[in-house]
Design a protein around this ligand. Structure first.
Ligand code: HEM
Length: 397
């Protein structure tokens, strides 16, 4: 199998048996042996943690064969050039420090009443709806995008634009594609106007704080400002929608556990953790590059090779998790790596967990008889390589 097949087949359907086969036979898997620069997929739990923690695998490819910093602050702003997720220390440390306080568990806890209110409002709309309900479209998508938009200070009514742009960006296989170019231009233009407004009339929100950091001088460059906001918008909703959708999907597939959760909402936190492990919303880590020639668990990896971790595979590793292919909301010691590991460990994990918990609590409180709508086509996985999420999840209330 090569990357092209991964993109073109509906890979998600048979992914778990495929990963199991790799873990047993070829755990550091060469995805494109014929190319000069090899691409590797790491599939075992322990190896994935080692990869994500090791400074020998680096994020900033531009530093591999030269010591120059590629950033160019002249001309058009670059949405992706200087993302926190794509850089190494010391830049990573500096960027993460700027946003970490806004995402600490203590800070995030204060958002609970507002998240509950948003959930209730969405459920009111669902209750009033005459058409069939799609849990993704009507609930799992709007909830996190409204929360992250409010936190950042971007207008929530623009959420469908963000959805379109991030869809195009995440699905992009070819950066010369016309849709990709157009959507990136539109997103850039949108942010330029947002930053101009934010600079003239600062508010108490995170975008205003970031603009201030940029204007203050050396804390944040212009490209870093753009790519930070793009990262937070995309990571803030594309993932949590899947957490809510995938966990409900797994519960519908396991009706006895769904009944248990309906009867005892204390089980919801365990269901969320098991949802993260069983149908991990982020299937793969983002790219890393080997910073030097090395041996990695029996494979010779050369400097510059592309290496990625299969988070979904690690989370189903039978050497780590008992009955790894079983969904079990009361699983003990569920040390999954759904939020990654090491210095790039998910910034939004406390927020995602809180949103997931509130989303399920409020949904099951309002609609205790909720079930999958078996009269409509069965849920399909979206064809997005990095993520595992459903296109739609039709339900009966
Ligand atoms: C269920 C929901 C989520 C999952 C499964 C998830 C998963 C991940 C994973 C696996 C990584 C590490 C990627 C790598 O090392 O290559 C990551 C990083 C990140 N996530 Fe999340 N994420 C979720 C929600 C969020 C939310 C709500 C935010 C909102 C701010 C967010 C922001 C970020 C950021 C900024 C990073 C990069 C951190 C860094 O480079 O230091 N994520 N996430």
């Amino acid at each position: 199998m090569d990357m092209e097949q991964v993109y073109t087949s509906n890979f998600k359907v048979g992914a778990y048996p495929f990963y199991e086969h790799l873990r047993k036979t070829n755990p550091i898997f060469a995805m494109n042996e014929q190319n000069a620069q090899a691409s590797w997929m790491v599939t075992k739990y322990d190896h994935v943690k080692e990869l994500l923690k090791s400074p020998s695998f680096i994020k900033d490819q531009s530093k591999l064969f030269s010591n120059q910093n590629e950033e160019n602050d002249s001309g058009e702003p670059n949405l992706f050039g200087n993302m926190m997720l794509d850089v190494d220390p010391p830049d990573h440390t500096r960027l993460r420090k700027l946003v970490q306080p806004s995402f600490n568990p203590k800070t995030i806890k204060h958002l609970a009443p507002r998240i509950e209110q948003i959930a209730e409002e969405l459920l009111d709309d669902i209750q009033d709806k005459s058409e069939p309900v799609d849990l993704i479209e009507d609930y799992a998508f709007p909830l996190p995008i409204i929360v992250i938009s409010e936190l950042l200070g971007v207008p929530t009514e623009d959420r469908n634009k963000f959805r379109k742009w991030s869809n195009t960006i995440l699905a992009a296989q070819d950066e010369m594609n016309q849709d990709f170019i157009q959507d990136v231009e539109a997103f850039t233009q949108y942010l330029t106007e947002l930053f101009e407004k934010g600079s003239a009339h600062p508010e108490e929100d995170l975008v205003s704080q970031l603009i201030e950091s940029q204007e203050d001088g050396d804390k944040l460059s212009r490209n870093e400002l753009y790519s930070m906001v793009v990262l937070l918008i995309i990571a803030g909703h594309e993932t949590t929608v899947n957490l809510i959708g995938n966990t409900m999907h797994a519960l519908f597939e396991h009706p006895a556990q769904l009944e248990q959760v309906k009867e005892d909402h204390q089980l919801i936190s365990g269901a969320i953790e098991e949802g993260l492990r069983y149908y991990s919303p982020v299937d793969f880590s983002t790219a890393r590059w080997a910073g030097e020639d090395m041996e990695f668990h029996g494979q010779s990896i050369r400097k510059g090779d592309f290496v990625m971790a299969s988070i979904s595979s690690a989370n189903r590793d039978e050497e780590k998790f008992e009955q790894a292919d079983s969904f079990n909301i009361t699983r003990e010691r569920n040390a999954h790596v759904a939020f990654g590991f090491g210095i790039h460990f998910c910034l939004g994990a406390p927020l995602a967990r809180l949103e997931g918990k509130i989303a399920l609590e409020k949904l099951l409180e309002r609609f205790p008889n909720i079930n999958l709508d078996a009269s409509r086509p069965s849920p399909q996985w979206r064809r997005v390589f990095l993520l595992r999420g459903l296109d739609s999840l039709p339900v009966q209330l």
